[in-house]
Design a protein around this ligand. Structure first.
Ligand code: ADP
Ligand code: MG
Length: 261
């Protein structure tokens, strides 16, 4: 079974960046293929990875429901969906991507989601790692359209509002009884350069009160910001970029704790 890492947090705190850097670093480890799942309805993980998405799973789900009565003879709904799901998978070197797309409308999606879940379970067995970029509501995890997680990284920039969001996500994961083996907070300094010692202690105190352990810090990285402003993919970030090095250190710490190399 693939080792699954989910990334969550308030909008704009750096979830997609962290998920993208993790995915890229996992590919570089050459231990096996990596599947990335964009579970944010504002699909943009592919841009960060420099890939194109032709169709999201949400679009396929709607299309299947629309066409269900007019399928060609001999083609079952399951076959139609499974074929469509294969088309949704964006394949690239060592890394494949699935975009979940928009959430569900007012129709009954149970039958479609059932096939979806089965496909996702089968699919994830082909990968060594799965990296899931969530939106703050954890919708796909709660609907079980994606499987449980070995690890949930909740990203925060240290501001009270994003730490409150981190707490809410942590509580939501409990309420929904999500299968998550470990959870950590990642402190991404994207909104501040240097902090005074008292300022740092203040934020560390706030982080401690969330009840989440901080697994590492990511410095504000001007090169990363320019890259993103200009619309370039993360792979163009220099190997020595401070944010990339920080995410690498976090990943190594996590995998070491898991008994990996
Ligand atoms: N450590 C960092 N230093 C500088 N810019 C960052 C950092 N982390 C994220 N960013 C930038 O902040 C913006 C929001 O990040 P993003 O990953 O899209 O957030 P989210 O997915 O949580 O909405 C992007 O432009 C990204 O490049
Ligand atoms: Mg994002």
């Amino acid at each position: 079974m693939a080792f699954t890492i989910g990334v969550a947090g308030k909008g704009g705190v750096g979830k997609t960046t962290v998920a993208g850097l993790i995915a890229q670093l996992l590919v570089e480890r050459r231990e096996g293929p990596v599947l990335v799942i964009d579970a944010d309805p504002n699909t943009n993980f592919h841009q960060v990875l420099g890939l194109n998405v032709e169709q999201t799973i949400g679009e396929l789900r709607e299309e299947t429901l629309r066409k269900i009565k007019d399928l060609p003879p001999g083609v079952t709904k399951d076959q139609y969906l499974e074929y469509g799901l294969q088309q949704c998978l964006v394949e690239s070197n060592g890394l494949d991507l699935l975009a979940m797309g928009r959430g569900e409308g007012p129709f009954c999606y149970c039958a479609v989601n059932h096939v979806l879940r089965r496909y996702m379970d089968v699919l994830s067995k082909n990968y060594k790692y799965v990296v899931l970029d969530n939106e703050a509501g954890l919708e796909h995890l709660s609907r079980r359209t994606t499987q449980g997680l070995d690890l949930l990284l909740i990203v925060s920039d240290g501001y009270p509002v994003s730490l409150q969001a981190a707490e809410r996500i942590n509580a939501l994961a409990d309420e929904l009884k999500l299968q998550i083996r470990k959870r950590f907070l990642v402190w991404n300094h994207l909104n501040n350069g240097t902090l005074s010692e008292p300022g740092r202690e203040l934020i560390q105190g706030r982080i401690a009160r969330t009840g989440l352990d901080c697994v590492g810090e990511i410095p504000r990285d001007e090169a990363l910001l320019s890259l993103s402003l200009e619309g370039h993919p993360l792979r163009e970030l220099p190997i020595s970029s401070p944010a990339r090095l920080a995410v690498r250190a976090i990943l190594e710490k996590i995998l070491k704790n898991e008994g990996g190399s």
